[in-house]
Design a protein around this ligand. Structure first.
Ligand SMILES: NC(=O)c1ccc[n+]([C@@H]2O[C@H](COP(=O)([O-])OP(=O)(O)OC[C@H]3O[C@@H](n4cnc5c(N)ncnc54)[C@H](O)[C@@H]3O)[C@@H](O)[C@H]2O)c1
Length: 256
């Protein structure tokens, strides 16, 4: 095996990538960065004018995708395979915030919706992407979990969201071990608080925001592009011996 030089291992030239939730704050920043690293990127998201415009804005292909439906996820992966002839990289970013407030107020519907999108949705994506990659004997899957998989956020109660993200971390490790000898790596990224539409409502609540900053050693929120570096690392050959791990990108939140 020849030893690659310089930044060569970080290049995604010639690779095909799918980013689910790719029209959102973090997803779009990752999709843009994957494209800049050389990948042919497909943004998968719920179909609307704004999601297709987001994909257009970075020169990515758009595929309609609802992670609540296995058929929709399978069809989106099939579309990438058809148009690009391959799937090398998948970043599973589609997700929603906590619903229902304090645990005693969370309805069965709230619980089911958050789990369906944040946990089962990631499983449906990994399964479809994994089938394609295992067939080819190569690929890298990056799941977007959250620091909430490890640390209980304060002051807002969000038990369901936290549980949904813990599931993503363990699913990631399980698939990584299951597929380790077959060329497919599976890792996750756990962001701290990021300035995206998902945190928009909370950021208008001064007491909540103040507590977030107090509990974050770097005393600020992340910008979406700050999550992308870890995704490039995990997606590329810079991380060929990395699987089943989680990278915290949280300004020190889970270290404190
Ligand atoms: N913003 C944060 O502070 C933060 C922190 C940690 C983890 N995360 C995680 O990062 C991921 C991206 O979050 P974000 O902050 O960019 O949020 P966002 O709301 O900006 O983006 C989420 C994207 O997911 C898409 N989506 C939602 N439901 C979907 C479905 N059923 N099928 C397909 N796509 C769907 C949305 O259309 C949107 O484009 C989420 O999984 C979120 O839980 C966010």
């Amino acid at each position: 095996m020849s030893i690659p030089t310089g930044l060569e291992p970080f290049s995604l030239s010639g690779r095909a990538a799918l980013v689910t939730g790719g029209a959102g704050g973090i997803g779009l920043a990752i999709a843009r960065a994957l494209g800049e690293a050389g990948a042919k990127v497909t943004v998968g998201d719920l179909p609307s004018e704004s999601t297709t415009a987001a994909a257009d804005s970075i020169g990515a292909r758009f595929v309609a995708l609802d992670v609540r439906s296995s058929a929709s996820v399978d069809a989106a992966v099939a579309t990438v395979l058809e148009s690009e002839g391959r799937l090398d990289v998948a970043v599973n970013c589609a997700g929603i915030r906590h619903l229902g407030g304090p645990a005693t107020d969370v309805t069965d519907d709230d619980w089911a919706t958050v789990m369906d999108i944040n946990s089962s949705g990631v499983f449906r994506c990994c399964r479809a992407e994994g089938r394609a990659m295992l067939n080819a004997g190569a690929g890298s899957i990056v799941n977007i979990a959250s620091m909430s998989a490890y640390a209980v956020n304060r002051p807002q109660p969000q038990a369901t969201y936290n549980a949904s993200k813990a599931a993503v971390v363990m699913l990631t490790k399980s698939l990584a071990v299951e597929w380790a000898k077959r060329g497919v790596r599976v890792n996750s990224i756990s962001p701290g608080y990021v300035e995206t539409p998902l945190t928009e409502r909370s950021r208008t609540m001064p007491e909540r925001l103040e507590e977030w900053l107090r509990l974050t050693p770097m005393a600020r929120l992340a910008q979406p592009h700050e999550i992308a570096g870890a995704a490039i690392f995990l997606a590329s050959d810079a991380s060929t011996f990395v699987t089943g791990t989680d990278i915290a990108v949280d300004g020190g939140y889970t270290a404190a």
